[in-house]
Design a protein around this ligand. Structure first.
Ligand code: GAL
Length: 793
């Protein structure tokens, strides 16, 4: 008798309890026997249930559980410590302690739920996790950046059997990387129910072997899993829908699904006049796979895909759909102000949108696979992706992590490159070359449609290291013109600027300040291995065989304070700070990366005490010429050099410094910096005035300190207090100051050079969310965000 359960997937993000600290787990549950049975054969349910349901561990241990929802990062809730005791979690992790935490959640299932398949999926847990369900040790996972799932069908309780309890221990004492990694269940958790016959996990593989304007071939391989104890006749029906939901093709194939096995079926479809996917036209199709057995529909599974072709050329670089395209990329870690690594999907989208608005068309997920939703968004908004494996590791766990990334991600049209490692010590060694070859061969077996790459900083051509991959990545290849020299010697190699610039600059700062840990936006303190954005970009423009640049980084991130350590707690490599506020170099990238006219002037124009003294004024622009004027007097017009910047020496006098960009004689863009007066009032700039009432949607509100005339005060650091009432809450705050030790989970935040950020999160109720911002001596401000059930973001 088939259960006929059609797939049901639900998010398990709400209603978790969290305990920060160690809990002693009874030996029998921890490791000894399944289900907490002692060797005397007695069910030690009492002890187990104490941990699972009550506020008591074994013995007298009192447990303080708090309610949390996922994604959750307990690391960011703690205090910064400059302490040896942090061990591995030192400055490179942002001076925030790791530790151990427990999560538990209960749920019930109806009696009819028995007999079908139940799988729990964790998209990412930072730390080593151990999962018990109803006292059964289900599994341990090491590796914070790729998901893992467990079949729970046998151990769940159905109907009268009782309540189900999931307990997850996260040990985040150690760390994997050299950046802020957060702690805890920082991505979504899913509970998925299917029939015993179903499309296997990540069981579809869509490729587009022939892509032309008139017609494209879409091949789909589908793995059907039969967990009944008999072979079954099945029919797989696949329907292709276009982006508007109109059916454009369909086909069925019959098969004999062997019991306890996976059967792979292949189908091919022609799509006439396909709409090709690209960053400018991110058109998506959908394949719906239905599995039918004995007239009953047993599974329905959807795969979103795009139709596009990619080609890399050793001389000309990258081609998308036959057209050359310069890869304008940024590398990014996953954190953000106010939340650590626990980003709601809408905040991930916000970050990607800011990058796209800067003119970027590519994202390198450094140095690990991203959260799955990031890839969905890249597909949808049009952002190319270099998807990166965590490390050079061909151990069973290392290979399994790579394989899970490949199976999970290979249908995303946005992904154009698999990066297999970054700056590993074993680069250029015999052992390293063997491991890299195993990773590359594994990748080609699972997805031969995209090239492999390694992001190297040494040993490129030693011991045949980079022969293992198709594309040689250059991290900081500009050093001694290494990349150009290598090209001359190896003109057949595909190359890419996998990591470029590392330009250290603190937003709104124009003088290095070692005591505070700030770096000037003029770039007077960039690391020895780094270079200016101008050099990184002009190298590519002048040498197209370099294919693309991935600027290190799009956003500042916690950890890796460079060049200064404490009190500095985050990096300042970003084109934007941790809140997404643009630095000056953001405007350089915008000027060279996109078409719309841009003129940007630096520094700000508030230099009391410097009257009459010379100040270097720089202008980034993509217009033909720029004329600079101070208080209405022209300081001269200069011709724009397309990959550089313009510079004037100006004797300071307060007032208005204005740059006017012209195409020929026509003014097409202008920007003025004005000497601001004293801080007078707060202004709020919500990213959106509407949100989804789904308990997750997060609306960033930019908060500025203005003078009486409405000019941003570029040095203001007033402390602002936030009050949120109505159908939402304050999720976190930030200000982009790399040396701020203020809490991100707080109602208070100082402005930093005129700006700070408040993150407002909707609840699951419709209604208005009022945000009020007040500060001693300033006029306050209020704004309202309307949360609705319908998707109107
Ligand atoms: C690279 C490395 C990155 C980051 C960066 C800082 O060498 O791959 O993870 O550390 O340097 O400049």
């Amino acid at each position: 008798m088939r259960s006929g359960t059609v797939r049901n997937k639900r998010k398990l993000d709400e209603d978790w309890s969290f305990y920060k600290g160690e809990i002693r787990i009874p030996y029998a549950v921890k490791a000894g026997m399944t289900g907490g049975i002692t060797d005397a054969g007695v069910l030690r349910d009492g002890e187990w249930l104490d941990i699972a349901y009550h506020d008591r561990g074994m013995g007298e241990q009192k447990l303080e559980w708090t309610s949390v929802s996922l994604p959750h990062d307990w690391c960011v809730e703690q205090q910064y410590v400059q302490d040896e005791l942090l061990g591995a979690r030192d400055g490179s992790h942002g001076y925030l302690p790791g530790g151990i935490g427990f999560y538990r959640r209960t749920f019930t299932l109806p009696a009819e739920a028995a007999g079908s398949k139940w799988r729990i999926r964790f998209d990412g847990v930072s730390g080593t996790s151990t999962v018990w369900v109803n006292g059964h040790l289900i599994g341990s996972h090491h590796g914070g950046y790729i998901g893992f799932s467990y079949d729970l069908s046998d151990v769940l309780r159905y109907g009268d059997e009782g309540v189900n309890v999931i307990l997850v221990k996260v040990d985040a004492t150690e760390c994997e990387g050299w950046w802020y990694e957060g702690c805890g269940i920082y991505r979504h958790v899913w509970l998925e129910n299917t029939d015993l016959v179903h499309v296997a996990e990540y069981g579809t593989y869509v490729t587009t072997p022939e892509v032309a304007k008139e017609q494209a071939t879409v091949n789909i391989r589908t793995r059907i899993r039969n967990e009944y104890t008999e072979d079954l006749p099945v029919t797989l029906r696949t329907v292709i829908y276009d982006g508007t939901g109109v059916q454009i093709s369909a086909g069925s194939v019959d098969a004999h699904a062997q019991w306890y096995a996976e059967t792979e079926l292949e189908q091919s479809f022609q799509v006439v006049q396909p709409k090709l996917w690209s960053p400018d036209t991110p058109y998506l199709y959908k394949a719906e796979s239905t599995v039918i057995c004995e007239g009953k529909e047993l599974d329905r599974y959807e795969t979103v895909f795009g139709i596009r072709s990619i080609r890399f050329d050793a001389g000309e670089g990258f081609f998308l759909n036959g057209e050359p395209l310069l890869i304008k990329g940024t590398c990014n870690h996953q954190d953000f102000a106010g939340v650590g690594v626990a980003l709601p999907d809408s905040l991930i989208e916000y970050k990607l949108r800011l990058l796209k608005e800067m003119g970027s068309n590519a994202y390198r997920s450094a140095h690990h696979p991203p959260t799955p939703e990031l890839l969905d968004i890249c597909d949808r908004i049009g952002m190319l992706v270099m998807d990166e494996n965590r490390k050079l590791d061909s151990s069973p766990n290392g290979l399994s992590q790579l394989e899970r990334m490949l199976y999970r991600d290979r249908n995303h049209p946005s992904i154009i490159i698999w990066s297999l490692e970054n700056e590993e010590v074993l680069e250029g060694t015999v052992t390293g070359a063997r491991i890299l070859k195993t990773l590359a061969d594994t990748t080609r077996r699972i997805d031969p449609t995209r090239p492999t790459c390694a992001a190297l900083n040494h040993g490129w051509y030693e011991n045949g290291y980079n022969d293992a991959v198709e594309i040689t990545g250059y991290n900081y290849g500009h050093r001694d013109h290494l990349d150009l020299r290598d090209h001359a010697q190896h003109p057949e190699r595909l190359m890419i600027g996998s990591e470029c610039a590392s330009y250290t600059a603190t937003r709104g700062i124009y003088e290095d300040d070692p005591a505070k840990g700030y770096c000037s936006e003029y770039g007077t303190n960039i690391p020895s291995w780094g270079c200016t954005p101008q050099q990184a970009w002009s190298d590519l423009v002048n040498n197209r065989f370099l294919t693309g640049v991935f600027m290190w980084t799009g956003f500042d991130y916690r950890g890796e304070p460079t060049p200064y350590l404490w009190p500095c707690i985050n990096s300042h490599f970003g084109l934007m700070d941790t809140c997404g506020f643009p630095k000056d170099s953001y405007y350089y990238m915008k000027a060279v990366w996109q078409e719309e006219p841009v003129v940007h002037v630096l520094p700000h124009w508030n230099w009391p005490g410097s009257e009459g003294k010379p100040i270097e004024v720089r202008v980034f622009a993509n217009t033909d010429t720029v004329e600079l004027s101070l208080n209405g007097r022209s300081l001269g017009e200069q011709q724009v050099e397309k990959t550089g910047y313009l510079s004037w020496e100006v004797n300071y006098e307060p007032g208005e410094l204005k740059a006017v960009g012209k195409h020929g004689k026509l003014t097409v863009a202008e920007k003025a910096v004005v000497t601001a007066g004293q801080p007078y009032r707060i202004a709020l700039f919500p990213d959106r005035q509407e949100g989804r009432a789904d308990g997750s949607d997060t609306i960033p509100v930019r908060v500025a300190v203005l003078d009486r005339q409405g000019h941003i005060v570029p040095t203001a650091d007033n402390e602002i207090r936030f009050e949120v009432t109505g159908a939402g809450k304050l999720l976190g705050v930030g200000n982009g100051n790399p040396s701020s030790h203020e809490a991100d989970k707080s109602t208070l935040r100082r402005a930093f050079n005129g700006w700070c950020l408040a993150l407002i999160q909707t609840s699951s109720e419709e209604g208005a969310i009022q945000l009020k911002a007040v500060s001693a001596g300033l006029a306050g401000a209020e704004t309202v965000i309307q949360a609705n059930f319908k998707d109107n973001s």
